[in-house]
Design a protein. Structure first.
Length: 208
């Protein structure tokens, strides 16, 4: 009889625990979406800005530009002819953007980055070479592609830096099941945490 009561209590306790866990996950998703929306309002990405509407005077031949916080960041293959102070600052914004997104999603970036405004750096983990963000746009695009892959998205054009970043955030803030992919990123952390919690939790069941 004691064994049956113990098993029943364990079943009820585990069911209650799963309900609590599900509610906490929903709150976590809500909070993550709220923070991502706030990030987008700070570093607003515009994909089709007319050249004459840019914050800084037009110094390139682009007729339609992509901007982050009002600064133009062109395709990495088309940097020639663009003012370095504007593009390097925009690249620094992307670095900071990626750092915040990776922290919100609780994941690490393939290519580590260091935010220092227009002098932000990208690190190649294999060679340990440090590149100025503007020179390491290829690595930044690799980080964006990695985050998109972690969230179940492909990256058809890896050179479209701001377009890819923008569609990633839109996906995470609008798609209902977007964070189910993100959960896989944290699976080892969650498993370890749950293991410790369950061990302590069920240790008290005999006392109920």
């Amino acid at each position: 009889m004691k064994i049956k009561i113990h098993d029943r209590l364990a079943t009820l306790s585990s069911s209650r625990f799963l309900n609590v866990l599900s509610a906490e996950f929903s709150r976590l998703v809500f909070r993550r979406r709220k923070m991502l929306k706030e990030l987008m309002s700070i570093y607003k990405i515009d994909l089709d800005v007319q050249a004459e509407n840019r914050i800084l005077p037009t110094e390139c031949t682009c007729t339609s530009v992509t901007t982050i916080a009002g600064l133009h960041l062109p395709d990495p293959r088309s940097l020639i002819g663009h003012p370095e102070f504007e593009t390097s600052t925009a690249a620094g914004y992307v670095v900071h953007f990626l750092i915040v997104v990776s922290q919100i999603l609780n994941t690490s970036l393939r290519f580590p980055v260091v935010f220092q405004a227009s002098r932000s750096m990208v690190i190649n983990p294999i060679t340990t070479e440090m590149l100025v963000a503007l020179e390491g746009l290829g690595h930044l695009n690799g980080n964006i592609a990695q985050l998109r892959s972690d969230c179940g998205l492909g990256t058809p054009n890896k050179y479209s830096t701001l377009e890819n970043l923008h569609s990633l955030i839109i996906h995470l803030t609008t798609e209902e099941y977007a964070f189910h992919y993100v959960a896989r990123i944290n699976c080892y952390f969650i498993a370890a945490t749950l293991c410790d919690f369950c061990t302590a939790f069920f240790a008290f069941i005999p006392c109920l």
